[in-house]
Structure formats: C-alpha cells, structure tokens
Write a protein that binds this ligand. Structure first.
Ligand SMILES: [Mg+2]
Length: 266
C-alpha cells in the first residue's frame, strides 16, 4: 500500500477533492488513541485527547465511533463523558445514542461463556504473568509478562484446552490471544453497521476515516469503500496512510479539533 504519512492537510485535501459534507471517524482505542499499557486497566485517557474528541464530536457534521476489542462497559468507563458511539468486543456490542444492541452471533458464545472461563482459570498459575480478561462476549489471554520462551507452549496449551468448545475461535492480537464468537462479527461489521447509521443522519457525501494499529483493524480498513485508512505504529498493513504512534494520532486529532468545520471550506 502507499503508506503515506497522515495529517490534517491530507484530510483537508481529500475532503476538498470529494466535496465532503460530513465526516465519520472510526477509531480503535488501545495502541491507536492510547499508548499500550502493562494491563488493560492501567490505561489513562490524556486530558488533551478528551478535549479533542469532545470538540470533534460536538462539531456539526462529524460523528465519532470508538471501535475496540474492549467490552462496551469498559469503553464507557473510559470515554463515557464524550458524545461518541461505540462498538465493543470486535463488533459484538453496539452503543449509538440511546440505542444499545448485540450482534446475533455473540449470543451463542454466551452459552459457552462459563465453560471457557473454567478452562482459562488455571492459566495464570500454569504460566505466571498471564492475565485473563473476561469481556462477556469474548475473553483475552494477555501474555505480555510471560517469559518469551513460554509463548509457544502457552499457545499450544490454550488451543488444546479449548478444543471441542463450539461457537468459538482463537485469534492472535498483540501479545494476547482473543477467544471470540465463531463465526463471529469483526471490526468490519462494526464499521459497516455504524457507518450506515451515521449516513442516515449526516449530509452526503460523508468521508469515512478508519484508524487502527492491530491485525483486527485490518478488517475495519476493508469495511467501507473509499474510506481513508490509517495504520498507527510500525508493521505491515493494507491501510493507505500511517501515523508513527498513538501520540502522533492524538496530535492529529488535536489539530483536527481546532477547525473541524473548516474541512468543508475549500
Ligand atoms: Mg488497538
């Protein structure tokens, strides 16, 4: 892919070229807006990010969706003070204004939830440093603090332990295994679903911008034709543009938040 640097200028130019009248922002959280932390609980939302997102969310003709692997309740805990929509658990949970709903395929996963929880319980003692996270519609097994030489054994033990449980799949993330519904929604479902809802209320044409850092965000990048796709951080991607770090992504949003309505004037 072209892998060009992303900036306010890029958004201005493309908004002009396409005569965009509105903007839909689909933003991953961890590793994109927020620096990766030792554990999911230990992240902090910088004040300047809250200010930037609030300004953009309040601007006419802009809508923001946070699209994350975190549970919706967790997204709300971090960003509930800002008027944003969200999809949690990789497209399983949705929150848009007063509407709240769950993707159909996440329901079958719920039936297996307690069995999976039981299977995962011994992992922190089998592989010290492992952190398991119960997100209701998925589980995460973080191994960031497990010695590197045990990563392969952990992966094999996990796969063997979960074998035979229906309606689940094990997917790799950053130093983490995700146990998710199968066939499950992905972040592509999240972006498509919320994009369709946004288009009903936003003036046309809408420019969609999708930002993410991880393998699961590659699904989101492919969701909407014509979207500006931005990979945050190093590594291979199909995204059109790149920002070097979450700090750079926050600087970009601060820049945008100064004149969100100015994008329409060219
Ligand atoms: Mg991420």
């Amino acid at each position: 892919m072209s892998d060009q640097p992303f900036s306010c200028r890029v958004v201005e130019e493309i908004s002009c070229q396409r005569q965009a009248k509105s903007w839909a922002w689909f933003l991953d959280i961890d590793g994109t807006l927020l620096d990766l932390a030792p554990s999911p609980d230990s992240v902090a939302v910088p004040a300047e990010l809250s200010v930037a997102l609030s300004r953009i969310a309040q601007a006419p003709n802009h809508r923001i969706a946070l699209v994350s692997g975190r549970a919706s309740s967790d997204i709300h805990r971090l960003f509930g003070h800002i008027a944003v929509s969200s999809s949690g658990n990789h497209g399983a949970e949705y929150l848009d204004g007063a509407a709240r709903w769950v993707h159909d395929s996440a329901r079958e996963f719920l039936a297996e939830h307690d069995r999976i929880k039981e299977v995962l319980a011994p992992f922190p003692s089998l592989f010290p440093g492992t952190l398991t996270e119960d997100k209701t519609y998925s589980f995460s097994v973080h191994y960031r603090h497990v010695p590197r030489e045990l990563h392969q054994t952990l992966a094999e033990t996990l796969a063997a332990a979960l074998q035979g449980i229906p309606h689940i799949q094990i997917l790799p993330a950053k130093l983490c295994w995700e146990i998710r519904p199968a066939p499950g929604p992905t972040k592509a479902d999240a972006v498509r679903t919320l994009h369709a809802r946004f288009q009903k209320v936003l003036p046309s044409p809408t420019l969609a911008v999708v930002m993410g850092d991880d393998r699961t965000d590659e699904d989101a990048f492919a969701a909407v034709e014509g979207a500006l796709t931005v990979h945050v951080g190093p590594g291979p991607t199909a995204a059109l543009y790149r920002l070097p770090s979450p700090a750079a992504a926050r600087r970009f949003l601060e820049c945008l938040s100064r004149h969100p309505s100015g994008l329409a004037s060219c």
